[in-house]
Design a protein around this ligand. Structure first.
Ligand code: TXA
Ligand code: MG
Length: 309
């Protein structure tokens, strides 16, 4: 606990000086900076080697703070009440008087916002006078980090501090829902669409869209930089083979996503597994054919995107 207090203090100190730091969320780790500062947010793009046209998600403690920057609509209120804090990002209309840096939005009139659930990140947000812009803490197009160590592997000493919140519980990014016009799912993620549909009494659907010109739909996301093939029964010799659940026969090239046939556990392990495979310098990844239901749909979407490179 004492450790947490000094880590939060250090985080506040660095963020107030417009530095970027690594932060834990329930989805994946983020690379956070003051969303109101041009200096701080331009550092995020530089560190991540992220194209300027790709806007950032801004993280708030609660709705009260958000009101300074965005218009609050009925759908948002309904979902906020039941699902936040949690793994969902909303795209909203930006207020003219908002202090959000133009770097964050790429001069657009909308803003992506999220209320993260991790207790340490919430503690930090509560103490700050500004919201935090935070994309996933990986070099652009790479694998999102799920531990402090992963963030360190991405940026080394280029960032001054990583707030350690343990392993990310969900291990996949947030679901993105556009509420700036008719509701539309922009990215599958940690929160299932059927929960949103139930609350909004709608039938929103999502099919994998691959378009390098639309934010969030780029095929260059989540990529370990190694060719991936899905639905493989017999993997090529020397390729890493990702299996859904553990098998009795051992093989050093086999990597399983869950011990207990549990889809959430598989989701939590996906990025970690891809990172290990990359470290072991495999040249090819095969993925076993399995039924991608529930959060499994997100696993499939990430693998399909990673395989299109
Ligand atoms: O779980 C998450 O959402 C994590 C944690 C750190 O919060 N963040 C995350 O950020 O995944 P990032 O930058 O890696 O992905 C955000 C996606 C990008 O694909 C971006 O194009 C899209 O959100 N986005 C941001 N602002 C947008 C906007 N105004 N309209 C549409 N898409 C937007
Ligand atoms: Mg990302």
């Amino acid at each position: 606990m004492k450790n947490n207090i000094s880590s939060i203090k250090k985080s506040i100190y660095l963020l107030q000086k417009n530095e970027c730091i690594g932060v834990p969320t329930e989805t994946v780790y983020g690379l956070a900076a003051n969303a109101y500062s041009d200096t701080a947010t331009s550092r995020i793009f530089k560190l991540k080697k992220r194209p300027k046209k790709n806007p950032l998600i801004v993280h708030y403690y609660d709705m009260k703070d958000l009101k300074n920057d965005c218009y609050i609509n009925k759908n948002l209120k309904k979902l906020y009440e039941k699902l936040c804090p949690g793994p969902i990002t909303f795209v909203l209309k930006l207020k003219k008087k908002s202090k959000i840096s133009k770097n964050v939005t790429n001069n657009k009139k909308t803003l992506a916002v999220r209320f993260p659930k991790h207790f340490l990140f919430r503690k930090l947000l509560k103490k700050l006078q500004f919201p935090l812009a935070a994309p996933s803490a990986n070099i652009s197009t790479g694998i999102s980090p799920v531990t402090k160590q992963d963030v360190y592997e991405e940026f080394g000493n280029k960032i001054k501090f990583i707030l350690d919140g343990g392993r990310a519980k969900i291990g996949l990014e947030s679901t993105i829902l556009d509420l700036s016009k008719n509701p539309r799912i922009l990215r599958l993620g940690g929160l299932e669409i059927k929960k949103i549909n139930k609350l909004l009494k709608m039938k929103l659907k999502y099919s994998i869209k691959l378009n390098n010109n639309i934010p969030g739909q780029s095929t260059l996301h989540y990529s370990p930089g190694i060719p991936i093939e899905l639905d493989i029964l017999e993997p090529k010799k020397n390729s890493a083979y990702i299996l859904f659940k553990k098998r009795k026969n051992k093989n050093k090239n086999y990597f399983y996503l869950t011990k207990n046939n549990n889809m959430e556990e598989a989701g939590k392990n996906l990025y970690r597994t891809l990172r290990i495979i990359k470290k072991r310098k495999y040249k090819f990844i095969s993925v076993e054919k399995f039924l991608y239901n529930g959060i499994g749909k997100v696993i499939k979407e990430r693998l399909v995107k990673a395989s299109k490179k």
